[in-house]
Design a protein around this ligand. Structure first.
Ligand SMILES: *[C@@H]1O[C@H](CO)[C@@H](O)[C@H](O)[C@H]1NC(C)=O
Ligand SMILES: CC(=O)N[C@H]1CO[C@H](CO)[C@@H](O)[C@@H]1O
Length: 217
């Protein structure tokens, strides 16, 4: 009996924790984001249901490869989240497409609010994430294959071929958020001071300036 109670307690706890682990649950069928309302809440207030149309749930922006503008990184992320698809508000899911030039890199970054699962559309990528114990979990993934990046962990994707590559990504958040390490540390506004970065990376401040210049070039 005590055993059964313990199991029930564990299940209840797991359910309670689960309810807070991702975006909050929806409380109604739809709550299409009204981004113009000016009311600041967690997520967005709802558009009047009488004004909701199919286009609120539709997005064509990740149907085609996009032009890759960053020559250094050779990759381009196209988001398909609540900012692009207002109907996603409160639904706890979103997508993105990443296009890669030959040898292009989606540099190390985190999504603070979502686990990510990618499906390789074409080509071949070297992908990986790093656990909080500093273990690199990495693999080469090819067209049609899937890989998962757990929420909040540093990860990257690198095109290991001379051909263009693309992946579709799905997230368990309407707005996963992205923080790239290099950009956050070296190109923030106002900047993190040189002495802090020099000490953190054990390099001299001149090298900090070189990294800054390279990232903003
Ligand atoms: C929603 O739209 C309907 C139809 O235009 C209107 O009757 C209703 O008052 C609106 N509701 C709100 C809360 O604005
Ligand atoms: C920098 C890099 O990842 N280069 C690799 C790109 O992919 C080709 C083909 O798989 C490899 O030969 C390179 O080493």
């Amino acid at each position: 009996m005590a055993g059964v109670k313990a199991v029930v307690l564990v299940v209840l706890l797991a359910t309670a924790i689960g309810a807070f682990a991702n975006d909050p649950d929806m409380l109604q069928d739809v709550c299409v984001a009204n981004t113009a309302s000016g009311i600041l809440v967690n997520g967005f207030p709802c558009k009047n249901i009488s004004m909701v149309t199919a286009d609120d749930f539709f997005f064509a922006g990740i149907s085609q490869p996009v032009q890759i503008t960053s020559k250094i990184l050779g990759s381009k992320v196209t988001a398909a989240n609540v900012m692009d698809i207002p109907g996603l508000n409160t639904l706890g899911v979103s997508m993105a497409r990443v296009d890669f030039a030959p040898y292009g890199l989606n540099p190390p970054h985190i999504h603070p609010r979502a686990t990510e699962i990618i499906y390789v559309l074409q080509g071949e990528l070297f992908v990986g994430f790093i656990t909080t114990a500093n273990k690199l979990i990495s693999k080469v993934v090819k067209a049609g294959e899937v890989f998962v990046f757990p929420r909040g962990l540093a990860h990257f994707q690198k095109n290991t071929s001379k051909y263009p590559t693309a992946v579709l990504a799905a997230f368990n958040s309407q707005l996963p958020g992205t923080q790239q390490f290099a950009a956050a540390l070296f190109t923030s506004n106002p900047p993190v001071s040189n002495d802090i970065l020099a000490q953190a990376f054990n390099i001299d401040e001149h090298k900090v300036e070189m990294i800054r210049a390279g990232l903003t070039a």
